[in-house]
Design a protein around this ligand. Structure first.
Ligand SMILES: *Cc1c(COP(=O)(O)O)cnc(C)c1O
Length: 425
């Protein structure tokens, strides 16, 4: 299999390791910035365009502040994500609240800080009515689920009919009528129909469905459609032989559908929003870990100092993360290894039967494309602690943007009893 490029060299890693021991997450500021600019340019044809970065992908204030430089807002899905957006001084119109199965206090807080609420379900109208005491905000959004299968050409991309999200066609029309009667003045529609798509056709195809729905909603309910939110779903090539999306082509594809459907219907002022997470960050973050054990039993194992607590995607759904052995970029991949972490779970494997160069103890392994849904999915099973997050800045310096957890953090929720005292923490 061909190789994937890394944004950090062995010498740099050795230097970093002296100050911030492995495992650690490293983000590439230059890569993040260049990509955010490409996205902005791709949609610059639309006056009201805004990317609301899906905070859940990489919930780190320093990362959010970099994206802010390119006009990105924040797409939040929970209380703490909303709190982070508020703490970082996002303007109300820069905060989207796209959640589901939403608790009352999160709706109330989102409304309090002026976030745009994107309703996942028809029954949430009545629920929200009670939470807000009948005082709906002027702008509301509803999430659409067309059901069935989502196809590009003849291939099935995903199965929205089987997903828990969004309202049916009938429900969203009814929802607009009810919300309008309750005083809502401006409307948005949102849909997320396929995840991690590596196809320039996904967004344009989704956009056409949404634009047609926007026209229908205007015609049937008289609602003022302010924005269409294409949500997340643009993917990245995790495997070296996959093609990369071309965001300029994607932007032009959406532009064409916009002119054909919305332009033709006299709705040329509708704003386009996106809520990309993976596309914004995945390639620009890596988990760096060190080989600390080799085991020769029925298979060849390399044990590293990171585990699924640091990066859960392979254990959770067999996700592929490419691995580069730092300094051995050009060595032949003539060994086959399972690369494992230390959890008492046999699925704690970053790679199974992976062809890699011969790995020696102390080698650094770079796990690619971990910048989104990587650190963020971390947990504390086996009492394992989460690593630091570091930023490789444009000038080559490394800045800590989250410190590693310590035992004191792990025991912090026992602060009401004497565990901390006994441990002298
Ligand atoms: C997860 C999520 C996103 C981001 O998805 P990506 O695949 O990372 O682009 C955007 N919007 C909503 C509502 C989500 O749940």
């Amino acid at each position: 299999m061909s190789q994937k490029k890394t944004f950090v060299t062995l010498d740099q890693i050795k230097e970093i390791d002296k100050k911030y021991p492995t495992p650690f997450y490293l983000y590439d500021e230059k890569g993040i910035r260049e990509n955010a600019k490409r996205l902005k340019d791709a949609f610059s044809w639309n006056k009201g365009y805004r990317e609301y970065f899906a905070v859940k992908a990489t919930p780190n204030p320093f990362i959010l502040n970099i994206l802010k430089d390119y006009g990105c807002g924040a797409d939040c899905s929970s209380m703490t994500e909303l709190m982070m957006a508020y703490a970082l001084d996002y303007k109300p119109e820069e905060i989207m609240f796209s959640s589901n199965d939403t608790p009352a206090e999160e709706f109330a807080y989102a409304n309090e800080i002026g976030a745009t609420i994107n309703l996942d379900d028809f029954t949430h109208i009545e629920y929200l009515d009670k939470v807000l005491d009948g005082k709906f905000p002027e702008t509301m959004s509803c999430r659409y689920n067309p059901g069935g299968y989502f196809k590009l050409g003849t291939s099935i991309m995903d199965n929205p009919g089987d997903a828990k999200y969004g309202m049916t066609h009938e429900q969203i029309i009814e929802a607009f009528k009810i919300l309008k009667s309750k005083g809502v003045k401006h409307f948005g529609i949102h849909a997320f129909l396929a995840s991690n798509t590596v196809s320039n056709e996904y967004y344009p195809t989704l956009a056409k469905i949404m634009f047609e729905l926007a026209v229908e909603l205007r015609d049937k309910t008289g609602a003022d459609i302010e924005f269409v939110n294409l949500s997340g779903g643009i993917g990245v090539p995790y495997k070296p032989d996959q093609e990369t999306n071309d965001i300029a082509i994607i932007g032009e594809g959406v532009h064409k559908a916009y002119d054909e459907v919305l332009g033709a219907a006299g709705m040329g002022d509708v704003k386009i929003y996106t809520e990309l997470g993976r596309f914004m960050l995945a390639p620009y973050g890596a988990l760096v870990t060190k080989a600390i054990h080799e085991k020769h039993t029925y298979k060849e194992y390399i044990g590293v100092d990171a585990c699924a607590v640091n990066l859960m995607r392979p254990a959770m759904y067999g996700a592929y993360h490419h691995i580069t052995v730092a300094g051995k970029e050009n060595a032949p991949c003539d060994h086959v290894y399972d690369v494992t972490g230390s959890l008492c779970e046999n699925n704690d494997k970053f790679a199974i039967d992976r062809e890699l160069p011969k790995i020696d103890m102390g080698d650094y392994l770079i796990l690619h494309d971990a910048g989104a849904h990587g650190f963020a999915m971390g947990y504390n099973y086996n009492g394992k602690l989460k690593s630091a997050e570091l930023l490789l800045q444009e000038d080559g310096n490394v800045k800590m943007i989250r410190r590693a957890e310590t035992p004191k953090d792990y025991f912090a929720t026992f602060d009401f009893c004497d565990v901390l005292g006994k441990l002298k923490l």
